[in-house]
Design a binder for this molecule. Structure first.
Ligand SMILES: Nc1ncnc2c1ncn2[C@@H]1O[C@H](COP(=O)(O)OP(=O)(O)O)[C@@H](O)[C@H]1O
Ligand SMILES: [Mg+2]
Length: 360
């Protein structure tokens, strides 16, 4: 059996509110799965349903081959790591770590040994006698992780565990969590609203919206082939550009609506949809000389981080162009842009679904 967790047809209602809709999800043993989506889409509800902190209204939940729908949380053998750490303030790190073992009747010396072993893995060996208030945010997070590890659970469930940390520490901790996952050979389900966390940490990303799984797959597959405009706009930072368009009269060109229509000849036939949305990732737009122009736009805001320059168009402020070199550009200046046609994503304007590439 290779699936550690399997959900099929899972639905969850809070009263009349339909919080999870027909969730099908298979989580392989040893994999790192991220549940990602905007606030309120049902990520925590799904995680809490796995843990048994919420009961599901319909469907099946199987953990390690056993149907768990009605099994209480403590018998599911899953460990949850929260954003708020939930450490016992009056206990030392060691006592926080050994608590769950002690209440299960593990002998004191044995529990102490287990705590020391876990602390060595998570870099807490020198902090075992401190109290939570004497630790930094990152150290507290490690204690919370260690407390989960010591129970040797069937899977780790994380609910936005890094949200309270500053940006630099978040970047550090996401590597630390992933490397710990690898070393332990753990199975992890990780909830986040941050698509960068999801993309960088997970083997399998599940994108949710309003209780529905919109798409799931390997991070770069979602990036390269988003099934709809929502996933396309959610995955990737800065976000994909969206430009309304129609198919040209020869069926082999697109007419982009950028205030004024701009015709893009393409060496391939276009679908016969009425109105399209063209998606173009910011990094796929190049600033070119005027005679190579596919698009002409007036410069809006220019922001440089040193390595990267972000440019918005004065007429399309929601859209971005990203360039790797420094640019001397001023507001209102016209720039010429080009892109490779195979980088275009096409979506039906009405349904917002991806339109598959049509032949040449
Ligand atoms: N106990 C509850 N009772 C009623 N509605 C709830 C309850 N918990 C969550 N919800 C609603 O379910 C939806 C999903 O919530 P949640 O799973 O916490 O979202 P997320 O973690 O993705 O931000 C939200 O609209 C939220 O208001
Ligand atoms: Mg949540």
């Amino acid at each position: 059996m290779t699936h550690q967790i399997e959900l099929s047809g899972v639905n969850k209602y809070y009263g009349a509110y339909h919080a999870l809709r027909d969730i099908d999800l298979k989580i392989k043993k040893g994999s790192f799965v991220a549940l990602v989506g905007p606030s309120g889409c049902g990520k925590s509800t799904l995680l809490r349903s796995l843990a048994g902190l919420e009961s599901i209204s319909a469907g099946d939940l199987v953990i390690a081959g056993e149907r768990m729908n009605n099994v209480p949380p403590r018998k599911r053998d899953l460990a949850m790591v929260f954003q708020s750490y939930a450490l016992y303030p009056h206990m030392t790190v060691e006592q926080n770590l050994t608590y769950s073992l002690r209440i299960r009747g593990v002998k004191k010396a044995e529990a102490k040994k287990a705590a020391e072993e876990v602390a060595a893995t998570t870099g807490l060996s020198n902090l075992l006698h401190r109290y939570p208030r004497e630790l930094s945010g990152g150290q507290r997070q490690r204690v919370a992780m260690s407390r989960a590890i010591i129970r040797n659970p069937k899977a780790f469930l994380f609910d936005e565990p890094l949200s309270n940390l500053d940006a630099a520490l978040r970047v550090h901790m996401r590597k630390e969590i992933r490397s710990l996952h690898d070393r332990l050979g753990a199975t992890s389900v990780y909830v986040t609203h941050d698509q960068i966390e999801a993309m960088t940490m997970a083997d399998h990303v599940v994108v949710m919206r309003q209780g529905v799984i919109e798409q799931q797959g390997a991070p770069l597959d979602l990036y390269d082939r988003p099934v709809n405009k929502f996933v396309a706009g959610f995955i990737g930072s800065p976000a994909m550009n969206f430009i309304p368009a129609t198919v040209g009269p020869d069926s082999r060109s697109l007419v982009l609506d950028l205030g004024t229509p701009q015709v893009i000849p393409l060496d391939r036939s276009m679908p016969d949809a009425e109105r399209l949305i063209v998606g173009l990732r910011p990094e796929h737009l190049r600033i070119v000389s005027d005679h190579e122009a596919m698009l002409r736009l007036p410069v809006g805001v220019v922001e440089s981080t040193g390595s990267t320059t972000y440019i918005t168009s004065a007429t399309q402020p929601e859209n971005n162009i990203v360039v790797g070199e420094r640019q001397q550009l001023s507001h209102g200046q016209m720039i010429s842009l080009a892109f490779d046609p195979w980088h275009l994503h096409l979506f039906d304007e009405a349904s917002e679904q991806r339109i598959e590439d049509v032949g040449r």
